[in-house]
Ligand binder design. Structure first.
Ligand SMILES: NC(=O)N[C@@H](CC(=O)O)C(=O)O
Ligand SMILES: [Zn+2]
Ligand SMILES: [Zn+2]
Length: 413
């Protein structure tokens, strides 16, 4: 007897309704026939998609848990329709030692209600070899924190790591060129106008950093993935070089004039771009990946000055409804949704058992109700964050159930 059957499911790109048989956390059957199981979930003709994956979250655990932790962050992920998250290494301590990586794995194993993978920070070659015993899903480089010299050494070490261990060579990068950011920030440091933050870290710094990271990755035979791509020019460079990348919802839906409405609440790195320089919903194609860069801070940290407020926007609980609203407006093809939220990230991050509803794959699912209307209310969110530029926005379309390895972690069908 099957553990579970999910019945009356619409599948993207297929006609009619399907019943999905699940056993021991794996998909066993996909059929229009009736199935018997110990548990039956009727999703009432809503859409069943392969469990969404967010490759870019900051759950702040350990060390920064006033902002978020793995329990609140993973509940926010489940509530937002995500079955899997990939967490970033800029916690305290940095996740760039065997000890720190092991500690975070133990914390997440205890607290996370969704699947999690961890990106590692770079370190000297010996320490990175030790970390490989714990199999981080990739290494992360914050280009905005490095000099040209330190970047040469980091990428060379990663290249040697790939030659000498099982490391697959995947490196995710935050692309802003430190020298341009320092120079422009110096010029604007006395400004009290939040929009100047977008000129202190101009789109040219992202364009130059993307070019530089492509050269460094190619020279060291590494596979590059670009985080929170926000500049239109940089997108064209990435596409020309066949480099995978992520879009955040804030860069896709807001331009830097949002600073005039939301002030430092929309301060984030890279910053929101001028309207004519930014990526847009219409730039999403079959290779795009949505990575929210869910980066919560406390209200107090967000309400300091233009250059002293903390950069980062929490987006796990708004991104799916924001993009489904674009589908309902006719600005985004429904057939891209499973690819940009699940399939493409599974491919880039080598999650071979995820990203598709097929026999043998993990029983991770996201259920979407394309007609569910509502208005975002931050006071109902699971994240610790108490701010979002999207608070109060109306939406049409929402995640209504999240299933992880055959277990329901969020149900609002
Ligand atoms: N994106 C941000 O503005 N902030 C991120 C760091 C990062 O992703 O660069 C954070 O961890 O707060
Ligand atoms: Zn970043
Ligand atoms: Zn980030």
């Amino acid at each position: 007897m099957l553990d579970l059957v999910i019945k009356n499911s619409k599948l993207i790109g297929k006609n009619g309704e399907y019943n999905i048989g699940v056993d021991e956390g794996k998909i066993k059957e996909i059929t229009k026939e009736n199935l018997k199981a110990d548990n039956v979930i009727d999703i009432k003709s809503n859409y069943l998609l392969s469990g969404f994956i967010d490759p870019h979250v900051h759950f702040r655990d350990p060390g920064l848990t006033a902002k978020e932790n793995f329990k609140t962050g993973s509940l926010a992920a489940a509530h937002g329709g995500f079955a899997t998250v990939i967490d970033m290494p800029n916690t305290l301590p940095k996740t760039n030692t065997y000890k720190a990586l092991k500690e975070k794995m133990d914390i997440a194993s205890k607290k996370s209600c969704v699947n999690f993978y961890l990106q590692a920070g770079h370190n000297d070659l010996d320490e990175m070899c030790r970390m490989m015993e714990l199999n981080p899903i990739s290494f992360k480089v914050f280009m905005d924190l490095e000099t040209d010299e330190s970047l040469e050494e980091i990428f060379s070490n990663l290249g040697q790591l790939k030659d000498n261990t099982s490391y697959n060579g995947l490196v995710a990068t935050h692309c802003e060129k430190r020298s341009i950011v320092s120079e422009k920030t110096e010029e604007l440091k006395d400004s009290n106008d939040p929009i100047d933050y977008s000129y202190a870290r101009p789109y040219t710094s992202e364009d130059e950093s993307v070019k530089q990271t492509i050269e460094l990755a190619s020279k060291n035979n590494l596979r590059l993935h670009i985080c929170h791509l926000s500049s239109k020019n940089a997108l064209n460079i990435a596409r020309k070089n066949n480099i995978s990348y992520e879009f955040t919802p804030h860069h896709l839906l807001l331009d830097n004039s949002a600073f005039n409405t939301y002030g430092t609440m929309v301060k984030t790195n890279p910053p929101l771009r001028p309207e004519d320089k930014r990526v847009k919903i219409s730039d999403i194609d079959e290779n795009s990946i949505i990575g929210t860069d869910h980066a919560p801070h406390t209200l107090d940290e967000k309400q300091k000055g233009v250059f002293t407020s903390s950069p980062g926007i929490p987006s796990l609980e708004t991104v799916v409804s924001l993009l489904l609203t674009e589908v309902n407006k006719g600005n985004l093809d429904l057939n891209l949704i499973e690819r940009i939220f699940s399939t493409n990230a599974a491919k880039v991050f080598d999650l071979k058992t995820k990203g598709e509803i097929a026999v043998g794959k993990d029983a991770d699912f996201t259920v979407l109700d394309l007609n569910r209307e509502g208005k975002f209310d931050i006071t109902t969110f699971q994240t610790k964050a108490e701010y979002s530029p999207f608070d109060g926005w109306e939406y049409k379309g929402a995640p209504v159930m999240t299933i992880v390895a055959g277990k329901v972690v969020f149900d609002n069908v």
